[in-house]
Design a protein around this ligand. Structure first.
Ligand SMILES: [Zn+2]
Length: 320
């Protein structure tokens, strides 16, 4: 089963990615992206959350879900939520590593001593502000840390530390993927027999999907103990198929739903395959639905959480 996810989330007062300090200012991660205005493309500076951050948080939630679902196969690092991936030396067969650690299996690893590697089965784009917004607010807020002595007195100038931190509010698009079908299989070998039993493959696949729920509920990014993001999923599109699928278009683009329909519909037509698209918060035109009706089965949902319920049920139905 191959799963692709795109969508848009609204985040207020977020400092999800910081990139070090300038003096006493903690700067938010910013980069320039190309936005189309009329007939030209303009570089615009925006706040962003890196794919690295998104991958890290999926990893954290994956470990939680896997343990909650009765999983036992994790290396000591992953059990602690530390994503070394990997320090255990298990020879030069990829199979030894993925059998012993579910996180090495799903999130990939590199063992430089034996030169064995595995690509991640889950992949994450940056969160980028959507293209049709003209303003991307970033504000700086002053915080204070105070140290007091035993009598309750602030210890001179050093006892008071003023620092500033930047916060952004925006609608961010994203695109993620999860190649669940490769769980428990060697990636770089012609031998594609599963390395362990089907119940364990199913458990890992289910945990990989469930991990998206806490992530999209707002448990992601840096500095969350003092600024949990005020976040809401505005739109979600999930495509899945038993055959490999191209990527769904990044939610940054205003036509990402139409583009995704054309890409997946066109691709499935060529390889004579079928896909299902589950959608929340966004609309698909009747013409497009008709155009792709042989290849894509579309279902609209009233909540984004129900989409994950359907995917998890599908994971149960698939033969592993
Ligand atoms: Zn591990």
């Amino acid at each position: 089963m191959y799963v692709r996810l795109s969508g848009r989330i609204r985040i207020n007062a977020a400092s999800l990615n910081a990139q070090g300090t300038v003096g006493n200012l903690l700067e938010i991660t910013k980069l320039r992206i190309l936005v189309k205005r009329d007939e030209s493309y303009e570089p615009v500076e925006v706040s962003a959350v890196s794919g690295n951050t998104m991958k890290h948080w999926h990893f954290v939630h994956f470990i939680d879900q896997y343990l909650q679902n009765g999983g036992n196969d994790l290396c000591d690092d992953c059990k602690r939520g530390v994503a070394f991936r990997t320090r255990f030396k298990k020879g030069n067969d990829e199979a030894n590593y993925i059998k012993e650690c579910a996180a090495e299996d799903v999130h990939g690893f590199l063992m430089p001593d034996t030169q064995v590697r595995r690509e991640s089965l889950v992949k994450f784009s940056f969160l980028l502000p959507v293209e049709e917004l003209f303003e991307h607010p970033i504000d700086t807020i002053t915080h204070n840390r105070v140290i007091i002595d035993e009598g309750g007195k602030i210890e001179g100038q050093a006892g008071m530390m003023i620092f500033k931190r930047q916060y952004a509010s925006d609608i961010y698009g994203f695109s993620f993927l999860a190649d669940l079908a490769d769980i428990g299989l060697r990636l770089y070998s012609a031998d594609k027999r599963p390395i362990y039993d089907s119940d364990e493959r199913k458990r890992r696949a289910k945990s990989a999907i469930l991990a998206f729920i806490p992530m999209l509920s707002g448990l992601l990014g840096a500095n969350i103990s003092r600024s949990l993001p005020a976040l809401q999923v505005e739109e979600l599109l999930v495509a899945y198929s038993r055959d490999p699928l191209p990527l769904t278009t990044h939610g940054f683009f205003k036509n990402y739903v139409e583009e995704t329909m054309h890409t997946i519909g066109g691709y499935c037509k060529l390889i004579k395959s079928k896909a299902k698209i589950l959608i929340y918060g966004a609309k698909i035109s009747e013409e497009l639905i008709k155009e792709c009706k042989e290849e894509i089965d579309i279902e609209s949902y009233l909540t984004w959480q129900e989409i994950f319920k359907e995917i998890v049920e599908e994971v149960d139905k698939v033969e592993w």
